[in-house]
Design a protein around this ligand. Structure first.
Ligand code: 5GP
Ligand code: MN
Length: 318
């Protein structure tokens, strides 16, 4: 465990960021840490950078403070990277590289050695949000921070459902709920609700999905053509891979969509530690967890898909 208050004590300027296409854990843990450090050190210059958070996050505390473009030539005394590795920082990687000191807090097994000068990496932890909670001292906490960290933990555990949910996770959530925010409304808006378009494209992906290996693997695809037809963007497919995984008998789910022309995103899930999608992802140049991982693929859809089906098949058939 690190002492975050001590680690940033001498810094005049602090930058915080997380991965591209920030999910609930990334947004919640970055904003939660941002507000926490502002409470501890009101005099310090603290900035938070994220690629534009999706519309489902509208209304969460401090969202308006998020900067979505990187300043040129800015050098931070400390740059804190949450929930990922530097090469998934997108436009903000340079801020990490140029900072005088870096801190990395993460729970991804693919980043187990850490990427900062100072690291707090716990691969077994439910979420980066839970790790941030572990670092906090009660006297600097408030309801907004609790809201953000609760969102982070809830999202990365599939609302306390995934196997990464531990007794410590529930104690963390119980403590956070004690700050008195509307957790039901928070999760409806940020996690469960879908737009009409999102529901519709999810339905189409599920209809066209295919089963392999006696129904143990399911694969769904959204080609660029399909996305154009419905006017869907990459944001409209959140949760689709989890829905595929809920198919009875399925041990692993793969969802592939076109991130931008020529670049495919592979999103993988597994219901069991016997099918390690992180190892598949790492061998394809990406990363993630044993049961949730992903990577970008610059190549032919059928070729990439067949490769992944083969790699997962080897694990399913052992
Ligand atoms: P998702 O499928 O929800 O996009 O991602 C699942 C998990 O895999 C997340 O924990 C995410 O951080 C990780 N992941 C997804 N895509 C990539 C990628 O391109 N590179 C790396 N290193 N990790 C990824
Ligand atoms: Mn996470």
């Amino acid at each position: 465990m690190i002492n975050i208050i001590e680690e940033v004590k001498d810094a005049g300027s602090i930058g915080i960021s997380g991965h591209v296409r920030p999910d609930g854990d990334c947004v919640g843990s970055c904003l939660g840490l941002y507000l926490y450090l502002k409470n501890v050190y009101p005099e310090k210059k603290i900035d938070i950078y994220l690629e534009h958070p999706g519309h489902s996050f509208a209304g969460i505390p401090a969202l308006d403070d998020v900067k979505t473009t990187a300043p040129v030539g800015k050098v931070y005394d400390i740059f804190i990277l949450l929930d990922t590795v530097p090469n998934r920082l997108g436009d903000f990687e340079e801020l990490f590289n140029s900072a005088k000191k870096t801190i990395n807090i993460d729970h991804h097994v693919s980043n187990k050695d850490g990427s900062g000068d100072v690291n707090y990496i716990v691969p077994g932890a439910s979420s980066t949000g839970e790790l941030i909670y572990n670092l906090t001292e009660k006297q600097f906490m408030d309801r907004d921070i609790a809201t953000l960290l609760y969102m982070a933990v809830a999202h990365d555990t599939g609302v306390f459902r995934f196997s990464n949910t531990t007794a410590d996770t529930m104690r963390c959530a119980a403590d956070l709920i004690g700050y008195g925010f509307d957790f039901s409304d928070l999760l409806d808006k940020t996690f469960f609700e879908k737009t009409y378009l999102q529901n519709k494209v999810q339905g189409h992906v599920v209809i066209d999905s295919k089963l392999y290996f006696d129904g143990k693997l399911i694969v769904g695809v959204a080609t660029g053509e399909f996305m154009n037809k419905y006017g869907a963007t990459t944001d409209d497919f959140d949760g689709v891979v989890n829905q595929l995984l809920l198919t009875q008998g399925v041990l692993s789910a793969v969802f592939i969509y076109e991130k931008k022309p020529g670049v495919l995103k592979f999103s993988m899930r597994s219901k069991t530690d016997d099918v390690n999608v992180s190892s598949v992802s790492v061998s394809m140049g990406g990363g993630g967890h044993v049961r949730a991982a992903g990577f970008d693929y610059n190549g032919d859809l059928t070729e990439g898909m067949n490769k992944v089906i083969e790699l997962i098949g080897k694990q399913i058939n052992v």
